[in-house]
Design a protein around this ligand. Structure first.
Ligand SMILES: *Cc1c(COP(=O)(O)O)cnc(C)c1O
Length: 375
């Protein structure tokens, strides 16, 4: 059986919880959503959480709450999933990148300021692979220029800096519940924040821009009355999904511990291999290893990748630098060569299997195969 780079772990308890909702009165907009939001907020230590039907729609909501318009620019890392910047493009903003730092694989915080213009509205740092970015430095810059920080923590649920969980340090933080992420709801995402104004906007945006809150209505024609005050979307998550998410959340800590254990074993197995560069470590932080990205010599990357496939190890490459995507080149004039660190990283990167259900036997096979292929 093939070994993927990541996958979910659904057990009988998860299935039972979903079945309960299927037999209940509410399939969507019932009690599970709020409970899931409360549990995630409480887990990361945030005041508020608003769940969405994907991480991408959650990011879109955060951009809206931040007030992003077609006159704005947003700054992110080129080594991320396209959703990080697409979310700003949905509102007409222009995506700007600052190159990555070779030591963290995250945005180089010393290169952000030179990208800021009078149009800049938002910085979107990404906790690549589960490594928590230097948010203090980013917040400092944001404060100086009056910008909003939306942390893309799709890889970093449960990650910590100085004992504090990712999810409260940025103005808004996004987590994804796609099946390869730390816990899953099938599709799903959430924004955590301590800011009440953002919280209110996120809720309205998720549901067509409609409000029924009497204190916010411009008039009131009766108890049936509601108003659409913004152009929102149907980005609601279902109760079915949230029941799964709540059940998964109970296992999150053990999932993370297992990921860290797998990462340690890889570290040990490859530390003396000159052709494998290990992922970065961070002091006083908890890296949660959504990915285990190794760097191999550029000339050998395709060979190693293809051989892994032949041997049933389905590694991946994270990510194709976003600025090199045709849509970005055509619409924003980006070219190969614009972000050399990101491009060099991409040419050398392979994400090898890491997920809680990976067995020791499977990991030993991955280690043996990789050590042979990189000899
Ligand atoms: C998964 C992911 C997203 C988007 O999440 P979806 O839930 O798939 O929409 C955004 N950014 C990064 C870095 C991701 O890995």
């Amino acid at each position: 059986m093939a070994i993927p780079y990541g996958r979910q772990w659904i057990d009988e308890k998860d299935i039972e919880e979903v079945i309960k909702v299927l037999k209940s009165d509410w399939l969507t907009q019932g009690p599970q959503i709020e409970k899931f939001e409360e549990e995630i907020a409480s887990y990361v230590g945030a005041k508020y959480a608003v769940a969405f039907n994907s991480g991408t729609s959650a990011l879109h909501g955060a951009m809206f709450a931040a007030g992003v318009t077609k006159d704005n620019e947003i700054i992110s890392s080129p080594i991320t999933f396209v959703a990080s910047t697409n979310a700003g493009i949905y509102l007409g903003a222009k995506p700007i990148f600052a190159d990555i730092d070779n030591r963290t694989y995250c945005i180089d915080t010393s290169k952000i300021e030179e990208k800021i213009t009078s149009k800049t509205k938002v910085i979107v740092p990404v906790d690549y692979a589960g490594y928590p970015v230097d948010i203090e430095k980013i917040n400092e810059i944001a404060k100086k220029y009056n910008l909003v920080v939306i942390e893309d923590a799709a890889h970093a649920l449960g990650a910590q800096r100085n004992g504090e969980k990712v999810g409260t340090q940025a103005d808004m933080t996004m987590f994804s519940f796609h099946p390869v992420k730390h816990i899953t709801t099938g599709e799903g995402g959430i924004i955590t924040t301590n800011n009440e104004e953002y919280y209110e906007k996120l809720k309205i945006f998720r549901s067509h821009g409609i409000t029924k809150d009497e204190t916010k209505l411009t008039r009131n024609e009766g108890i049936w009355y509601y108003e659409m005050q913004y152009l929102g979307y149907n980005y609601r998550i279902t109760d079915i999904q949230c029941a799964l998410g709540r059940s998964q959340l109970r296992k999150l800590e053990s999932f993370i511990d297992r990921r860290i254990e797998i990462a340690k074993k890889y570290d040990e197995a490859f530390k003396n291999n000159p052709n494998i560069q290990l992922p970065p470590k961070k002091e006083n932080a908890r890296h949660v290893y959504h990915l285990y990205p190794i760097l191999v010599p550029k000339e050998k990357r395709s060979y190693i990748f293809n051989k892994l496939r032949e041997k049933d190890i389905f590694a991946q490459v994270h990510y194709i630098p976003v600025h090199t995507q045709p849509y970005y080149r055509i619409n924003y004039g980006y070219k190969y060569g614009d972000y050399p660190n990101a491009e060099e990283f991409y040419e050398r990167e392979i994400s090898i299997p890491i997920y809680p259900k990976l067995t020791n036997i499977e990991q030993d096979y991955v280690i043996k195969t990789l050590n042979e292929l990189t000899k």
